[in-house]
Design a protein around this ligand. Structure first.
Ligand code: GCW
Length: 684
């Protein structure tokens, strides 16, 4: 029975008519280079591509296509100019594909009608093979006249695992870490290969194995050996391993007397450490660092800047072509300033001072992965520094794995924001990269664990999927990705695809509505971040208190971030700053993020703010009920086990949506002293 393990790579048999079509275009496979010995895991991208095509076409068509020794009619031919020099004479414009892109084309080769998968490198062939399987999995249309080319728009497409060395996962809701550290390096779980397949199918090409709240141990010899074993499993799929480094590692290991980045002994230690890592992992990607944030050590402990710290590490990995991904997620309660302003305040002045192999990794919004945040003001503000996007795939603040919330729409909302800097949308800013640099990238905090279905719920797989596909093309459309995912994951039947897609498209807005409508944020339960707690006011750090964020009192609600308040709006380029400075031109979805307004403030709907708030909470609950009913109607089209799994979660989500609404309204009512309008039932 279906348990979700196969993710979107299910390859269940197609209907007969479709099979006939596909067979005509994919009845055998031609590839060059040594084949994988029977029964062993693929050792190269081409072997991986062949294995996947055999598995995929075998499943879809009910019969595994044989490997053919020479080009024949109906073959899928995998070729690069190196493996098939004839390609060079075919005017395929392969140079437009870069190192990782691919071309799919129905064409004639050596007199035979074939489906050509062409690329400049073997990894491009693997990506092309997945694209072909995706195409077939969604529906076979157009297979006879294929002509598609695609190349990734960002260079580093990376998952960040917040996985600890004891196999717990920070903010993980899908079981323990998939990295079985105890058994590594001798035992390589086969699951690592399935993990690699899933990621490669999306084009993800890097993974940070351990939590940004890191331990020194990860950089000791035994752990380097474990990481190297994982790297060996992932390498044939084009995935590089990176590690989170704790800034004070040499000090804590007793190797140096300080962790001051300007101390030569410290720099020498990191250099030697990098050399040691590259001996076991020759294609090691580099370090991810959380420094001077939430108690983590960093260069500021020695009165040095983030750039001093990042550059010292960058010099250690530069000879090996490694990078440093330095996080901009910093805030300190000792600083009286609005938390939302701190990353910009600290990093913007450092623009242009980072070494060439440093990327600054910026969360999508300036607070912390809330159900809705305006785009981070750093995007577009550091034109001389490669900035990397950091999205959260795991749903720390959106109901864990229990609530259905498709994040494709959320990612698209941020990526599609025009920052008014003259450089276009966030997606365009990421794609263009920094002045004089080729480095670009995006990271997603993984939602992967050792649960059978990988992500804790079937629908959370879609967030991994959407992240990966958007990493490849940040301008992709969330609805199109939802359709793709639904067709491959559940059923390609048009009625099922349409209904599942509609549910996904409404899901995140539902969560925003019942948790934090109209720009409210950070009202979740302390520490665990699950469930409502807008009343909490007494934590040791004021910037962790929900009341710090909603500022509700008798007079009104919201955080004034205009010139009369924290003036965070001034961190945006003038065009955007102007828009956010006036409640009338601020999108209502972000109203209370930027403004403190009286309860009777008149909304676009004509309602008073207080009434509008109630309407939003109610509509969030109603939307979950709607999703629940849509899902119930899908029963005949979805396999029984997964249907039941999702139905149970939707029931729980409904209860929790009611809980959010009722608790929030009761609390805000206690503050505002306002009555519930006629017709609205008092929460009970
Ligand atoms: O979202 C917050 C989380 C922390 C996390 C931190 C960060 C890894 O609550 O658990 O720590 O952000 O991004 O560093």
């Amino acid at each position: 029975t279906e348990d979700g393990y196969d993710l979107w790579l299910r390859y269940r048999p197609m209907d007969k008519a479709a099979r006939v079509q596909v067979r005509a275009a994919a009845s055998s496979i031609v590839a060059f280079g040594p084949a994988a010995p029977a029964g062993s895991a693929p050792a190269s991208p081409v072997q991986a591509a062949v294995a996947e095509l055999q598995r995929g076409l075998g499943g879809l068509l009910g019969k595994e296509p044989p490997l053919a020794a020479s080009v024949q009619d109906g073959a899928v031919v995998l070729a690069t100019p190196a493996s098939m020099p004839a390609l060079s004479g075919m005017d395929l414009k392969l140079e437009t594909l870069g190192r990782e892109g691919y071309l799919l084309r129905s064409t004639r080769l050596q007199g035979h009608k074939v489906t050509l998968v062409a690329a400049n490198s073997d990894i491009g062939l693997l990506y092309g093979s997945y694209a072909l399987l995706r195409k077939i999995g969604i529906g076979a249309e157009g297979l006879a006249a294929l002509d598609e080319r695609s190349a990734p728009k960002l260079q580093l497409r990376v998952l960040n695992h917040w996985d600890n060395l004891d196999r717990t996962v920070e903010r993980g809701y899908a079981g323990e870490s998939i990295w079985n550290w105890w058994a590594l390096p001798e035992v390589r779980d086969r699951r690592y290969v399935d993990y690699a397949r899933a990621n490669a199918s999306l084009g993800i090409n890097g993974t940070v194995l351990n939590n940004v709240n890191s331990k020194p141990d990860i950089l000791t010899a035994p752990w380097i050996a474990k990481a190297a074993a994982v790297a060996d499993s992932l390498r044939p799929y084009g995935i590089k391993v990176y590690l989170s480094a704790r800034f004070s590692t040499p000090l804590e290991l007793g190797a140096t007397k300080t962790a001051d980045p300007l101390d030569p002994a410290v720099a020498a230690w990191w250099k030697a450490k990098a050399d040691e890592i590259y001996k076991s992992i020759p294609d090691f990607g580099g370090f991810l660092v959380k420094a001077n944030s939430e108690g983590q050590p960093g260069p500021q402990d020695y009165h040095r800047s983030h750039a001093d710290g990042a550059n010292m590490l960058a010099k250690a990995v530069a000879p090996h072509k490694g990078v440093v991904m330095w996080r901009a997620f910093v805030y300190a309660h000792e600083k009286p300033d609005d938390r939302a302003k701190q990353a910009y305040s600290e990093f913007k002045p450092l623009d242009g001072t980072f070494d060439a192999n440093v990327l600054v990794q910026v969360k999508n919004g300036a607070i912390d992965f809330q159900p809705r945040e305006p785009a981070h003001p750093l995007f577009g503000a550091m034109p001389n520094t490669p900035l990397m996007m950091e999205f959260q795939i795991t749903k720390e603040y959106l109901g864990y794995a229990t609530h259905l919330a498709y994040l494709g729409t959320m990612y698209q909302e941020t990526l599609g924001t025009d920052m008014h800097t003259g450089a276009g949308t966030v997606a365009q800013i990421l794609e263009a990269g920094a002045q004089g640099s080729k480095l670009t990238g995006i990271a997603g905090v993984a939602n992967i664990g050792s649960e059978r279905n990988w992500s804790g719920s079937h629908f959370d797989q879609a967030n991994w999927y959407a992240f990966g596909r958007l990493a490849w093309n940040p301008q992709a459309d969330a609805r199109a990705l939802a359709r793709e995912w639904a067709a491959q994951t559940f059923s390609a039947a048009p009625a099922a695809v349409a209904q599942v897609t509609d549910m996904m498209m409404m899901s995140r807005e539902a969560v925003v509505n019942y948790m934090t409508p109209l720009g409210l944020h950070h009202l979740m339960g302390t520490g665990h971040h699950h469930g409502p707690a807008p009343w909490v006011a007494n934590l040791e750090r004021p910037d962790w208190n929900p009341v710090y964020y909603h500022r509700a009192d008798k007079g009104g609600i919201g955080f004034d971030r205009t010139a009369t308040g924290s003036n965070a709006v001034a961190q945006y380029a003038p065009g955007l700053a102007r828009q956010y400075a006036d409640p009338r031109s601020t999108p209502e979805t972000m109203l209370l993020w930027f403004h403190h307004l009286p309860w009777d403030y008149k909304m676009a709907s004509g309602r008073k703010l207080w009434e509008e708030l109630l309407v939003r909470y109610d509509s969030g609950v109603a939307q979950v009920d709607d999703m629940r009913q849509r899902w119930a109607r899908l029963k005949p089209l979805i396999d029984a086990r997964r249907h039941e799994d999702v139905a149970v979660l939707l029931d729980k989500q409904y209860q929790e949506a009611v809980w959010w609404r009722d608790a929030s309204i009761a609390y805000f009512q206690s503050v505002s002293g306002l009555a519930l309008p006629a017709g609205v039932k008092a929460p009970g």
